[in-house]
Design a protein around this ligand. Structure first.
Ligand SMILES: [Fe+2]
Length: 145
């Protein structure tokens, strides 16, 4: 993926769990909007706003997924996947948190670096980690998730 490419919502990103897919679509929209905003106008406060909004929606989204994991006994049913999944969420939060610290300290980040990381992380996480969770949830709910 090229860093300045917009993400495309499509079947490759659909997990089949509606609540998760709706939030993923929102994240894709937010990243594309950030991409466009940072192309036309970039300064520290715009970047700070973008990163703060993304971080807060990402944390809300992680909570949704982690509640589903708890409700369906993911840690018991699939302990390795569950712990890998949780640590990916934590790593993301840590990385974005350190970008926020850097911005506050006056260290700028380029659009390419920021969007490159965010886009790649989201696509990889959805395609591998979230799809495994979704398969588990659908199995544990008889396909009605
Ligand atoms: Fe996830």
């Amino acid at each position: 993926m090229q860093n300045d490419d917009l993400l495309e919502w499509g079947p490759a990103l659909v997990t089949g769990v509606e609540a998760i897919d709706e939030q993923h679509k929102m994240l894709v929209d937010m990243l594309n909007e950030a991409n466009l905003r940072m192309r036309s106008h970039i300064d520290r406060s715009v970047t700070e706003d973008i990163v703060r909004d993304l971080m807060s929606y990402a944390l809300y989204h992680f909570e949704t997924e982690e509640e589903l994991m708890l409700d369906h006994g993911y840690s018991q049913g699939s302990p390795e996947d569950a712990s890998k999944h949780l640590s990916e969420h934590r790593d993301f939060s840590r990385t974005v948190g350190s970008v926020q610290q850097d911005l506050i300290a006056g260290k700028p980040i380029t659009r390419e670096a920021l969007l490159g990381f965010l886009n790649n992380w989201l696509v990889n996480h959805i395609m591998h980690t979230d799809k495994r969770l979704a398969a588990f949830l659908k199995g544990s709910q008889g396909g009605s998730a």
